[in-house]
Design a protein around this ligand. Structure first.
Ligand code: RTP
Ligand code: MG
Length: 151
């Protein structure tokens, strides 16, 4: 089933110049980019985005990190996109992530793990995150020239 997922290159990924590499991986996988925004997240947005983790010991550090520099916020579309992106990302901790995954290839540690993707185990998190970061008119509906071969 075609669906949309929210993906973000975190401040460490942007600072290290990994944005293009990460975009390339999703393009190569056949996913379709339908929205992108280069931005810096403020405290309020960070606390809402990571609201599920409020009260946990790592919450304040997580908010501080995600607001520490620009991010590339994106929406990608394709069949089973939420789970496919999570598989391409690897595990939360880069140390547990297989080589070939984004966190397995580039992540440094649990905090600096380069990328965020909507949680496929939390239904609706994709739509909630997309709504949080994008207005409806910032998402682009279009067909790829090679429709039939790609999503
Ligand atoms: P994300 O939301 O950023 O895509 O990461 P995730 O789904 O793989 O992991 P999640 O459980 O949602 O945690 C969000 C971020 O919080 C940091 N974290 N630290 N025990 C800890 O110290 C701990 N657990 C999680 C990670 O940076 C994780 O990406
Ligand atoms: Mg998460």
């Amino acid at each position: 089933m075609s669906e949309r997922t929210f993906v973000m290159v975190k401040p460490d990924g942007v600072q290290r110049g990994l944005t293009g590499e990460i975009v390339s991986r999703f393009e190569d996988r056949g996913l379709k980019l339908v929205g992108a925004k280069f931005m810096q997240i403020d405290q309020e947005l960070a606390e809402e985005h990571y609201g599920e983790h409020e009260g946990k010991p790592f919450f304040d550090g997580l908010v501080e990190f995600i607001t520490s520099g620009p991010v590339m916020a994106m929406v990608w579309e394709g069949d089973d996109a939420i789970r496919q992106v999570r598989r391409m990302m690897g595990e939360t901790d880069p140390a547990d992530s297989a080589p070939g995954t984004i966190r397995g290839d580039f992540g440094l540690d649990l905090g600096r793990n380069v990328i965020h993707g909507s949680d496929h185990e939390d239904p609706g998190s994709n739509e909630r995150e997309i709504d949080l970061f994008f207005d409806e008119d910032e998402l682009v509906d279009y067909e790829k020239v090679d429709e039939g071969w790609l999503y």
